[in-house]
Design a protein around this ligand. Sequence first.
Ligand SMILES: Nc1ncnc2c1ncn2[C@@H]1O[C@H](COP(=O)(O)OP(=O)(O)OP(=O)(O)O)[C@@H](O)[C@H]1O
Length: 483
Amino acid sequence: MEVREQENAISVRDVTKVYRLYDKPVDRLKESVSFSHKNYHRDFYALSGLSFEVKKGETVGIIGTNGSGKSTILKIITGVLTPTTGQVDVNGKISALLELGAGFNMDYTGIENIYMNGTMMGYTRKEMDAKLQDILEFAEIGDFVHQPVKTYSSGMFVRLAFALAINVDPEILIVDEALSVGDVFFQSKCYRRMEEIRKKGTTILMVTHDMGSIIKYCDRVVLLHKGEFIAQGPAGRVVDMYKKILAGKLEDLKAELEAQRTAAVSEAAPSGENADAGRSGGLLSDFFGGMDVDSLVADQVAKKEFLSGDGAGSAPAAYKGLMRDQLTINADRTEYGDGRAEIYDLGLIDARGNITNLLLKGEEFTIRECIRFHADIPAPIFTYTIKDKKGTELTGTNTMFEGADIKPVKNGDEYVVEFTQKMTLQGGEYLLSMSCTGFEAGEHVVYHRLYDVTNLTVISNKNTVGVYDMESQVKAEKRNTDE
Ligand SMILES: Nc1ncnc2c1ncn2[C@@H]1O[C@H](COP(=O)(O)OP(=O)(O)OP(=O)(O)O)[C@@H](O)[C@H]1O
């Protein structure tokens, strides 16, 4: 869907939502009757100074860990909640699917609720009469529409709520996690319908914990954490940032984003030394980074030469003969980890032993990862993931899933890990990610992770349907009717 520039469907400006929290219920009463206006509460910021915009026709996702304020901002946009400070402007007729049951009167029947919601959206009874059949057909809850909704199962509820929200021709559709309820067939029907209305130009704002849907449907994603705006951008990239938060790397992420901002500012106004300082700052947490700043800067200098493809002549000795020199390495990759392991080289090797990004469908290939350890680690895990261009994880595995015999390592040890498999993906462009991780005291630890570090170009001389080829064996027997 082409986004019409400049026209905002939703504009959220500096929105803050503060809740007053009282340790005991009686404190609320004490505060309300206190002559000296004594405070008995603590302020809790469910949202702090949040700003973002949704353009007309865009599908935008909001993601973040539990309690990050996703539902709160949706409720403010739909007018269910008022912000403590800040402003929200909405340009268009909103239809919202908030938490289960919101907007429904439990004692009314399904039909009565349909008409009540229609009236609230500004439709006349006659207009709703015209929409009723579509809503009922979509909901498929049969005679239950004549029963009070308090008798509905959660699945029936979501069927009716979604059927209603999506069949009233909204200009803006807001969906909060609701699709996780209901059976798989209904969910897939809802997604198909959402795709249809998206193509018609409806603006969609959605909250979900399902990263697959975020990547598949969203043009742009806003990442929140504890009520604060962290980042926004293309879905695949922001989902990777979110995973970083899940891996306990919020501070690293913030530092990286700050460095990127500084680099962007310096690049916008390059002025001698400052511009360079900004740029190298942006790279500090980047690819193959060491632990101390001096070696990091040296590493970045080396990396720049390596990436600029100056050839072996100009590459520092440490990088001579590395497999990655023969691959296209993504300058825009994401990298993090606590530095106890370092993936210092990687290779993609085709069936003839060539190191190459070009792989033939149907042939075996190997992903090779070379890891150096800077600490003792009892049980490292080595992984790879292949994603499509939109960021959907198509396949991947790791040495733990595969039951590989991985020994404990000491500081200074190295591991070379190879994953060999047949390329069954369809012809096209894919991205490879890899990491060295582990579990310590039950916690998942990332020692070094490289997202989208290189590409796989799959060449195919036989097309099949979908993402990959199951290599079907076909048996077809012609039977003559006269035999
Ligand atoms: N009425 C309230 N009083 C006090 N705190 C509240 C109230 N409503 C929400 N909160 C708090 O505000 C924060 C944000 O809540 P919100 O429901 O928006 O988070 P969320 O990102 O949607 O979370 P989840 O992913 O779990 O649905 C949470 O810490 C929540 O406990």
